[in-house]
Design a binder for this molecule. Structure first.
Ligand code: FPP
Length: 244
């Protein structure tokens, strides 16, 4: 791998968009776009591992995606299940650790079982954290965190004044993960679509017209290179940053 090692992101998050359009362009059913999308997932995960990133979060299924036709939802669940079944050995071998964010309790029992099993089998691995956002919505995550914090206040465990950014973060599904340094969205749209609303506050954003099934190693490295050339100021001036 020839990628410049300086200033690599620790955590990259990706909105994998454009599977349906990719399939349409080829006169194929949408599900074939999602199937092709799984190949991109495999390639990007491999590349993230080789770069030794700490974490990769993939938006695989949103709270809004439940509104899609039943057959498409079912196919997506099937693809997810097959992906997890096929990848378990590789994940264990490559020290990848799986975790999830979102309402995974809403997923079909078969998918939940294989998810739980993969999480258990990869628990303790110290390589890349692969975080799958499943039945995930940023507002839903914040709502659930708010409810849990309110219950703790109501139970007298916590005063409102004790609620801090840290106590909120600890209630999010992403507790313990660093915030994404870089968000990539494929497929040409330039919006967040309810993804990681809290965690993306200071992330660098990278939008590409490339459709997800056409996004592979080369495109991922191009996004990382673009990130490496940016200056993150976190509210400071650029002079302050060159002074330190
Ligand atoms: C958006 O494309 C993509 C999705 C809703 C699903 C993403 C799922 C995968 C890549 C495959 C399964 C995932 C894993 C982790 C194995 P779209 O259908 O909205 O595309 P469009 O905007 O062109 O219609």
């Amino acid at each position: 791998m020839t990628q410049e090692q300086a200033n690599l992101p620790r955590h990259v998050a990706i909105i994998m968009d454009g599977n349906g359009r990719w399939a349409n362009q080829q006169g194929k059913p949408r599900i074939m776009g999602h199937q092709a999308g799984v190949r991109s997932v495999q390639e990007v995960v491999r590349c993230a591992r080789e770069l030794d990133l700490d974490a990769l979060t993939l938006y695989a299924f949103s709270t809004e995606n439940w509104r899609r036709p039943g057959a498409e939802v079912e196919s997506l669940m099937g693809l997810l299940q097959t992906y997890l079944e096929n990848q378990l050995d590789q994940m264990v071998q490559n020290r990848v650790r799986l975790r999830t964010c979102g309402r995974t309790d809403r997923l079909p029992a078969k998918v939940r079982r294989i998810l739980d099993n993969t999480i258990r089998e990869t628990d303790g691995n110290e390589g890349l954290i692969l975080n799958l956002a499943l039945s995930y919505g940023g507002r839903d995550e914040l709502l659930r965190a708010t409810r849990r914090l309110s219950s703790r206040v109501a139970a007298g465990e916590l005063t409102p004044e004790q609620i801090s950014e840290q106590t909120i973060e600890a209630e999010l599904d992403s507790a313990g993960l660093p915030d994404p340094d870089l968000l990539i969205r494929t497929g040409g749209e330039r919006r967040l679509s309810n993804f990681l609303l809290w965690q993306l506050s200071y992330s660098e954003l990278y939008f590409t017209r490339t459709l997800w099934p056409d996004f592979g190693r080369e495109q991922f490295l191009a996004a990382i290179t673009d990130y490496q050339q940016r200056q993150r100021r976190f509210g400071r001036t650029s002079e302050q940053l060159t002074d330190v």
